[in-house]
Ligand binder design. Structure first.
Ligand SMILES: O=P(O)(O)O[C@H]1O[C@H](CO)[C@@H](O)[C@H]1O
Ligand SMILES: O=c1cc[nH]c(=O)[nH]1
Length: 236
């Protein structure tokens, strides 16, 4: 069935596992670079989604947009109405520690957030939600096989990209043990909890709140290939 935000009628055109970058053009890049026999499965609001095969396995890649309300809508529709079992977010993140460098890959063990998403949805009053452990274990094994180092830890899912107090991250790093910041995983993990499905999040460090180094918009769209390859090679 079609939903308000995904135009597809045929559930068979969506794979059981969906890779979900925030940027719909990162989804297009992945489809064009890595997938065979690609069909476009969504274009509503330009939130591009594609299904194809990778090494013979059916896989879907679709943008989530930026922020928790946006990924909240798309991931819920995929889990609830399109029979998707697992969503792996593949995003960019800002480092909260000088132990993380540009292009390093982070695997979210938990997402801590000040967001009211999970509470408002009625799924949890907790401020920290976990990724699905069995999916994370598979991702770690795949990364090891590919020889790509992965930093596993708590991440911060924030509602705000531009903060007035640029030093606020230090307190979140210290008190919550959050090693980097992005804007979607807490809602994705809440939706997985609400629907009994699986969710994980791989991130590439795009900038640092500590050193103020940063990658370009073009690099964020096309160059974060290590995390893409880990996600594509993870057999769920
Ligand atoms: O690169 P994506 O996946 O969009 O992730 C990060 O980048 C966006 C902010 O620039 C937010 O969506 C944040 O979570
Ligand atoms: O949400 C994000 C993503 C990348 N970099 C940031 O500083 N914040």
């Amino acid at each position: 069935m079609a939903t308000p935000h995904i135009e597809l009628q045929d559930n068979n055109l969506i794979a059981k596992t969906v890779l979900m970058p925030g940027d719909p053009l990162r989804a297009k890049f992945i489809a064009e670079t890595y997938l065979k026999d690609v069909v476009q499965i969504n274009g509503v609001r330009n939130m591009f989604g594609y299904t194809g095969t990778y090494k013979g396995r059916k896989i879907t890649v679709m943008g989530s947009g930026m922020g928790m309300p946006s990924i909240g809508i798309y991931s819920y529709e995929l889990f609830k109405f399109y029979d998707v079992d697992t969503i792996i977010r593949i995003g960019s993140a800002g480092a909260y520690t000088d132990k993380l460098n540009l292009y390093d890959v982070v695997l979210a063990k938990n997402a801590w957030s000040e967001s009211s998403y999970a509470k408002t949805m009625g799924v949890s009053n907790k401020k920290k939600l976990a990724a699905t452990k069995k999916v994370n274990n598979k991702i770690k094994k795949t990364a090891q096989k590919l020889g790509i180092p992965v930093h596993e830890g708590t991440i911060h899912s924030s509602d705000v990209f531009y903060r007035i107090n640029g030093d606020e991250y230090k307190e979140i790093y210290e008190k919550q043990d959050a090693i980097c910041v992005e804007m979607e995983s807490f809602a994705l993990f809440a939706n997985a909890l609400a629907t009994g499905k699986n969710a994980a999040c791989l991130l590439t460090i795009s900038d640092s709140l500590v050193t103020h180094e940063a990658t370009s918009a073009e690099e964020r769209q096309n160059a974060f290939t290590k995390m893409m390859e880990i996600a594509l090679n993870t057999k769920i």
